[in-house]
Design a protein around this ligand. Structure first.
Ligand SMILES: *Cc1c(COP(=O)(O)O)cnc(C)c1O
Length: 395
């Protein structure tokens, strides 16, 4: 057993990030200004996105995204129970109704066949989640969106960088501009994500949509502070809508500029670790390894193993406790939305209403997966998991 605790997902911050933040702190501009602008441009270039808007979280990116798509009271937005709570919260914040549909058993991403059945006259948008970094079945979702005149807001908090049919998530979904389908994509730079700004997020999409989103993200003001207070600026501005306050600061963008440069290297390391986990756990009938479809490239935000509980004498919670006792940090992604009291009470959900999400949730264990894991750390995780499986396998 390893001597020290292996944290589940610490950030990978180096001297470059520290220097860049200090440079910002020594400058005369610390909030939204030149570094945010550069970060937005470099991020859009990296993905091949038309435009990008930096905000203070993916939650804000989605909130602003829904406002931009005109989602409001009386509307329905179809999403998945297998996600972080804020995916559903932003729909509530908009005054709309989150309509949950169950997930596919293989990838745990939203099941397009069930989406089709959940569409009503009130449905305004789809909010698919690229869970663990594995893109959803976007061709099927886009087909549904076109036939029913729906918009698409992608929760890509895990999907940086991920590819669907060769295209990077965040680059244009609709290339022939078949109106009225509008698409926006939200990314997260939370501390545990594939790259971080401590807190932060990005919304990508067509320039006209991002221009509108920019208003929603900063008080609905026609000029941001940099345009007002810098030498080339003017004191005059107009408020054109009751916007939120969720802009990114240059201090955060400083982290982002350096993290973005390192992202390809981070991904190479993530894939090496995934390959070792696959090789080690693929041979154990007591567990199931996560899949990656041929037409996609996962961002591998998380490595979520599934326990075959009928072959083990131990439950998931105990499994995680035992891993912890062996100094390995593990977690569960996610407790499905419909099991949380707020949603269960408001909409009267029962656990079995989304049987795939519920059944799979009961056997999920996320293992450490981040670029700072050494080869020895990976060996320690493999030995701990394998050891537990051997100890608790059924006769
Ligand atoms: C992390 C996460 C979010 C929220 O991201 P923030 O940047 O913390 O707001 C949303 N959806 C999913 C699937 C996430 O994992």
């Amino acid at each position: 057993m390893r001597a020290d605790f292996l944290p589940f997902s610490p950030p990978s911050i180096g001297e470059e990030e520290i220097e860049e933040v200090i440079d910002t702190l020594r400058s005369d501009w610390i909030t939204t200004g030149p570094k945010v602008k550069r970060f937005e441009q470099e991020f859009a270039n990296f993905l091949g996105a038309p435009t990008a808007l930096a905000v203070n979280s993916a939650t804000s990116a989605m909130r602003v995204g829904l406002a931009t798509l005109g989602v409001g009271a009386g509307d329905e937005v179809i999403t998945t129970p297998m996600t972080f709570c804020s995916t559903a919260h932003v729909i509530e914040h908009a005054g709309a109704r989150p309509v949950l549909v169950d997930v596919r058993p293989d990838t745990l991403t939203i099941d397009p066949a069930l989406v089709e059945r959940a569409v009503t006259a009130r449905t305004k948008a789809l909010l698919p989640v690229h869970l663990y970094g594995h893109p959803c079945d976007m061709a099927a979702l886009l087909d549904i969106a076109r036939r029913h005149n729906l918009h698409i807001l992608e929760d890509a908090a895990h999907a940086l960088p991920a590819r669907y049919g060769g295209r990077l998530i965040g680059s244009p979904v609709v290339t022939d501009h078949q109106l009225p389908v509008k698409t926006l994509t939200a990314f997260s730079f939370y501390a545990t994500k594939n790259m971080t700004t401590a807190e932060g997020g990005m919304l990508t999409g067509d320039p006209d949509l991002i221009e509108q989103a920019r208003l929603w993200a900063l008080h609905g003001m026609s000029h941001d502070a940099y345009k007002r207070y810098s030498a080339e600026g003017s004191w005059c501005y107009e408020v054109v809508l009751p916007g939120y306050k969720c802009n990114m600061a240059d201090i955060e963008a400083s982290l982002g500029l350096q993290q973005l440069k390192k992202l390809p290297g981070f991904q190479t390391r993530r894939r090496e670790i995934v390959a070792r986990y696959h090789a080690a756990f693929g041979a154990l009938p007591e567990v199931e390894t996560p899949t990656e479809h041929a037409e996609v490239e996962s961002a591998w935000q998380l490595y979520s193993l599934r326990l075959n509980l009928n072959r083990l004498t131990i439950h998931r919670a105990q499994f995680i406790e035992e891993l912890k006792a062996l100094n390995i940090g593990a977690s569960v992604h996610f407790i499905p939305i419909h099991l949380h009291p707020y949603y269960a009470n408001k909409y009267g959900y029962q656990p079995d209403d989304f049987p795939v999400a519920y059944r799979e949730y009961m056997r999920l264990v996320s293992l450490p997966l981040h670029p700072r894991l050494s080869d020895q750390d990976v060996t320690d995780v493999i030995e701990a998991v394998t050891g537990l499986v051997e100890k608790y396998r059924k006769g």
